[in-house]
Design a protein around this ligand. Structure first.
Ligand SMILES: N[C@@H](CCC(=O)N[C@@H](CS)C(=O)NCC(=O)O)C(=O)O
Length: 205
């Protein structure tokens, strides 16, 4: 299987999950700063994903899967013994969906595009920062008493949450005021699989 990725962006969640589950992936780097976005073999990313974004998972039979959350589920379901998502009939299964949706719509899509494109202006960036602070409060309250997002173990939601929250560093957001959230992120960053995935993407921990 191939994962089309760009270093440190949302595709890293899939990379972390595959590493946690010991699922071998061929990493295919895409330059999403170039327009059009170029795959390392020179092809336009739209040849693989008409949406023009990463992540894309390409299966060995040539089928492709897009949308990060779908890819996270696919990888976790490939290796159920890695227990990266709760049992389907459990209430935690719905908690998992609750958090994945929160991360996607309330964190990921506020950070990006609003804090990644200076052309939207400082006013838009300030509104985004304020919205993010409100969401960080929610996470901080959760991590005051919990180690992970769902239940007592690392799940695909943690891989996604860590990946997106890791953008704070480069976006002038000091997480100091959110001590519980900061502790959680440090603990996730210390996981061997997370360290390996980040190193493979050329990122500093
Ligand atoms: N809905 C997609 C969004 C993916 C996405 O936003 N990918 C970003 C990187 S984090 C990207 O490739 N951006 C390039 C662009 O928007 O042109 C998902 O959740 O997978």
């Amino acid at each position: 299987m191939k994962l089309y990725y760009a270093p440190g962006v949302c595709s890293m969640a899939a990379h972390i999950v595959a590493t946690e589950a010991d699922i071998p992936l061929e990493l295919v780097k895409v330059d999403i700063r170039k327009d059009p976005h170029l795959i390392n073999d020179g092809r336009d990313l739209k040849r693989v994903n008409e949406k023009g974004v990463v992540p894309v998972l390409e299966l060995d039979d040539g089928r492709t899967l897009t949308e990060g959350i779908a890819i996270l589920h696919f990888l976790a379901d490939k290796k159920p013994e890695a227990m990266l998502k709760p049992a389907p009939e459990s209430f935690d299964h719905y908690r998992l969906h609750e958090w994945l949706t929160f991360i996607s719509s309330e964190l990921h899509k506020i950070f990006s595009p609003w804090l990644f494109h200076p052309e939207y202006g400082e006013d838009a960036a300030n509104v985004a920062r304020q919205k993010l602070r409100e969401r960080f409060n929610i996470l901080d309250k959760h991590f005051a008493s919990e180690t992970f997002l769902v239940g007592n173990r690392f799940s695909i939601a943690d891989a996604y949450c860590f990946t997106i929250m890791n953008w704070s560093k480069g976006r002038n957001i000091d997480l100091g005021p959110w001590a519980h959230l900061s502790r959680y992120l440090s603990a996730i960053a210390d996981r061997p699989a997370v360290r390996r995935a980040m190193a493979a993407e050329g990122l500093a921990i």
